[in-house]
Design a protein around this ligand. Structure first.
Ligand code: HEC
Length: 107
C-alpha cells in the first residue's frame, strides 16, 4: 500500500514539473504577444482583448481560427499575421501560459 501511494505521488510530481516547464516555454514564446496583450495578459488599449486567465481551449481555437481565416472582422487581420507564425505546438504552449496566468497556483 505504501509503495503504491509513493508511486502515485511520484507520478503527479513528474506531471506537475512538465506542466511547469510548459508554462516557462509558453511565457518565452508569448513575448511577442505582450506588446499588444500586455505583459501580464491585461492589455492597456481598448481594442486589444485581455488574455490572462482565459480558458486554454478557447485560446487554442481562437488562434487556429485566425490562422485559418475563420475570424476576419475588425482588427482580426493583426491576429492573422501573428497566428501565421505559430506552429500547433507554439499555440498549445502559449495558450497554456495565458490560461494559467492569474490562477492562484502559478502566480
Ligand atoms: C499587433 C498587436 C497584437 C499582437 C502582437 C498580438 N495580438 Fe492577439 N489580438 C490583437 C487584436 C487587435 C485582437 C482582436 C482581434 C479581433 O477583433 O478579432 C487580438 C485577439 C486575440 C485573441 C482572441 C481573444 C478573444 O477573446 O477572442 C487571442 C487568443 C490572441 N489575440 C492571442 C495572441 C497571441 C497568442 C499573440 C502572440 C503570438 C498575439 N495575440 C499577438 C492584437 C495583437
Amino acid at each position: 500500500m505504501k509503495v503504491l501511494l509513493l508511486a502515485i505521488l511520484g507520478l503527479s510530481a513528474t506531471a506537475y514539473a512538465q506542466e511547469d516547464a510548459q508554462f516557462e516555454v509558453g511565457k518565452a514564446k508569448a513575448k511577442v504577444c505582450m506588446t499588444c496583450h500586455g505583459e501580464d495578459g491585461i492589455s492597456t488599449l481598448d481594442p486589444y482583448p485581455n488574455l490572462r486567465g482565459q480558458k486554454m481551449g478557447y485560446l487554442i481555437s481562437s488562434l487556429k481560427d485566425y490562422k485559418a481565416r475563420e475570424r476576419t472582422s475588425g482588427l482580426a487581420i493583426l491576429m492573422q499575421q501573428q497566428a501565421d507564425s505559430l506552429t500547433d505546438q507554439d499555440i498549445e504552449d502559449i495558450s497554456y501560459y495565458f490560461s494559467q496566468l492569474g490562477q492562484d497556483t502559478q502566480q
